[in-house]
Write a protein that binds this ligand. Structure first.
Ligand SMILES: C[S@@+](CC[C@H](N)C(=O)[O-])C[C@H]1O[C@@H](n2cnc3c(N)ncnc32)[C@H](O)[C@@H]1O
Ligand SMILES: [Zn+2]
Length: 267
């Protein structure tokens, strides 16, 4: 993690400032971040600050962090195959969402970055500044870290829960999420957090599978059906959880109706 990223970070529990070990290096590869507000400690391992302890997660967050830890080996290939099945290129599908971001040179945050499958459509885009990614699965993040290092990209990654982001208010000019929110423990908290960390004027995008997409997952992802013990409520895009004061609120079909995308602008 870049040392300068400390200026963006906040304790996910109390939003207090975090302090890193004193060191002259420009990157923090290991050590411990300390919250001056509530005195919590967050370890940094292999360049990734850990803002959650996976064994303390509950409910769906626990199930999915474990499922994605395991499935991270195949996720990238799965994504390619899924787009082939839908009948579009992965680039066209990913750009349907990422091209809607309007960061105007500012920082972009992907909540639930997985192994970094959206990064090729963001990094080096002229209107995108620094890119940051958070995920609840260390397996996914480690793959993402190897990928960005291989590419020589500077993308800081964080192990955390989308419902309690470890960033200061109004830090990003682009905030987006693809593929996980339907089964977060607390979708409302996650949406409020994406809004909190966005600067005023920022467009926020939140996409996940429709009922049609979920049925496709059930047939193809090992463990997906088991996660619900065979029963789950039909999927509805959580547009009602977006506060009414958000501007330009809309939901559109993405990926030929396999995904929905909620879009709005923070006033
Ligand atoms: C289907 S993958 C999507 C990956 C990538 N964003 C994409 O577009 O393909 C869903 C991701 O959501 C993450 N996830 C699940 N629950 C989460 C939570 N509560 N907070 C943050 N990430 C979460 C999973 O670990 C997984 O990497
Ligand atoms: Zn704190």
């Amino acid at each position: 993690m870049k040392r300068t990223t400390l200026d963006l970070l906040a304790c996910p529990a109390c939003h207090g400032a975090l302090v890193a070990p004193v060191d002259s290096g420009s990157a923090i590869e290991s050590g411990v971040l300390h919250c001056e507000g509530c005195q919590k400690y967050y370890p940094v391992e292999r360049g990734i600050p850990h803002f959650i302890q996976p064994d303390q997660l509950t409910g769906f967050n626990r199930r999915f962090s474990r499922m994605y830890d395991w499935f991270s080996w195949g996720y990238r290939a799965f994504s390619k195959i899924a787009f082939a099945f839908i009948g579009m290129s992965e680039e066209a599908g990913r750009r349907e969402i990422t091209d809607r971001l309007e960061p105007r040179g500012g920082r972009v945050l992907e909540v639930s970055i997985g192994p970094g499958v959206n990064l090729p459509y963001l990094v080096n885009r002229p209107d995108v500044g620094e890119v940051y990614g958070l995920d609840i699965s260390l397996g996914q993040l480690r793959r993402c870290m190897s990928y960005v290092r291989r590419k020589g990209w500077e993308v800081d990654l964080f192990l955390g829960n989308g419902e309690q982001l470890p960033f200061r208010d109004a830090s990003f000019k682009g905030v987006f999420h693809v593929g996980g929110i339907n089964f977060f423990n607390d979708k409302k908290a996650a949406i409020e957090e994406m809004i909190r960390v966005a600067k005023p004027g920022t467009r926020v995008l939140i996409a996940d599978e429709t009922e049609k997409g979920a049925k496709g997952y059930e047939k193809t992802i090992p463990g997906f059906t088991k996660s619900f013990d065979g029963k789950r409520a039909p999927i509805q895009p959580p547009i009602d959880l977006v506060p009414p004061e958000m501007l330009e609120r809309r939901v559109f079909d993405a990926w030929k109706g396999w995904f929905y995308c909620i879009e709005f602008r923070k006033p």
